[in-house]
Ligand binder design. Structure first.
Ligand code: SDX
Length: 392
């Protein structure tokens, strides 16, 4: 501090806003969306219901949910010219980079989504992105797999239709797998919001300049991409694969994670707020066992993950720093059992977090929050004069 400005790197002790959307208690491991405990929502609700509650404040009546879903479906067509942008990406492009670009590109095809001062205008932009983003997600995955891009079926539910768009194979009747559907509902619900995390703060600050909703979400997708944030779920699987290749030698990776000279971190461990078990990780770990059993998948990676967790929970370095498994530690094991490619794991995180980002953006705009513009403490050169290049 310089007596006037206090610097708080990473905003570890800085609150950015007041919010009525999500409550979390890091010490007690409590997480609630609009007051509803996530344990109940994960068990009893479906993803679109939870999205509605996050965005509009309460769980919907049957009629409200049906209208919401109908409005979303009516806006779920993506301009075919967007495929030309998708085609321009190399096959090696990371899906998060593709989706950040395509989400921002949607502004060009939906210019009315930018100036949204009334709740009606906001609602129109919100149902558009809730309809179009899952299409972009499915198209991005299928493009990399060389499969035709489709729209699923109008008769299906929100999550069921996402699955059909992602998984249906040409010349085969699509069979809805209810185990996968229930697990996907649960995973998307558990990722739906998490108060002022890095990507949500990004959506709020970009939106505070009154850039459009799609541009703000595109920025959030970029922030989520980082391996310290949503990108961790992909990094966890890559780490567990490496340990498996190494003959399951978890001790070597634990040592690397504790070695300050080694940038390697135990991915999927630690959290800025949870200084106890991440309540989501608890539910996902249990679901991993159930889903893999129900799908008849025997993945040695799950045992390696459990072994690593057990070691870390008994290691003073991790215990002293209160490092526990977080939401990203077990989720990838379930995505993989569903047949989702590892580079799509963080995209699945974005699909879940979409309603949370939208809810937080809407709250920021309705609260008429000022444009985000922090100060700094200057530590550079004192005043000096320009010198011509021949004298430098
Ligand atoms: C998500 O904010 C959110 O809510 C995010 C999220 C959401 O829903 O939006 O919950 C989703 O992003 C979960 C986190 C996914 N990231 C990872 O799993 C990557 C690995 N985790 C770390 O990079 C780290 O724990 C963070 C980024 C999650 C939190 O970082 P902080 O709060 O800035 O903590 P820090 O880096 O200051 O670490 C404190 C100490 C340090 O050691 P010392 O300098 O005190 O000796 O703990 C160590 C760190 O080196 N540490 C780790 C570690 N995490 C922290 N050491 C080894 N392995 C780790 N994973």
């Amino acid at each position: 501090t310089n007596g006037v400005i206090t610097i708080d790197p990473g905003f570890k002790n800085t609150g950015s806003c007041e919010s009525a959307i999500t409550f979390l208690d890091g010490e007690k491991g409590i997480l609630r969306y609009r007051g509803y405990p996530i344990e109940q929502l994960a068990e009893k609700a479906d993803f679109l219901e939870v999205a509605y509650a996050l965005i509009f404040g309460d769980l919907p009546t049957k009629e409200q949910l049906e209208k919401f879903h109908a409005d979303i479906k009516s806006k779920s067509v993506v301009d075919d010219d967007v495929k030309k942008i998708l085609d321009a990406f190399p096959k090696t492009a990371h899906p998060m980079g593709i989706l950040s670009s395509l989400t921002s590109a949607l502004t060009a095809f939906n210019p009315s989504s930018v100036n949204v001062d009334s709740e009606e205008d906001m609602y129109r932009a919100i149902v558009k992105i809730l309809g179009k983003f899952p299409v972009l997600v499915a198209w991005t995955m299928r493009k990399k797999q060389g499969l035709p891009l489709n729209y699923g079926s109008k008769s299906l539910g929100y999550v069921e239709n996402i699955m059909k768009m992602m998984f249906e194979q040409p010349n085969e009747d699509y069979e809805m797998n209810t185990i996968v559907k229930d697990a996907l509902d649960k995973l998307l619900i558990l990722h739906a919001d998490h108060e002022q995390n890095c990507s949500t703060s990004t959506v709020r600050i970009v939106g505070s300049s009154h850039a459009g909703l799609f541009a703000s979400l595109s920025a959030g997708i970029s922030a989520l991409w980082g391996p310290l944030h949503g990108g961790a779920n992909q990094a966890v699987l890559e780490m567990l694969e490496a340990i498996k290749e190494d003959g399951g030698d978890t001790k070597k990776y634990m040592a690397k994670a504790k070695d300050k000279s080694d940038p390697f971190r135990l991915m999927g461990f630690g959290h800025r707020v949870y200084k106890n078990f991440d309540p989501r990780a608890k539910i996902i770990k249990k679901a991993a066992d159930e889903v893999l059993n129900n799908l008849g998948v025997d993945d040695p990676i799950l045992e390696i993950a459990k072994g690593l967790e057990k070691e870390a929970l008994n290691d003073p370095y991790f215990v002293d720093r209160k490092l526990y498994p977080n939401v990203d530690f077990y989720s990838g094991i379930i995505y993989r059992a569903m047949g989702i490619p590892v580079e799509m794991f963080t995209v699945m995180f974005a699909l879940g977090r979409l309603p949370g980002w939208i809810a937080q953006w809407k709250e920021m705009r309705l609260n008429k929050e000022p444009i985000g513009r922090p100060r700094q403490i200057y530590t550079g050169e004192t005043e000096r004069s320009f010198t011509p290049i021949e004298n430098r």
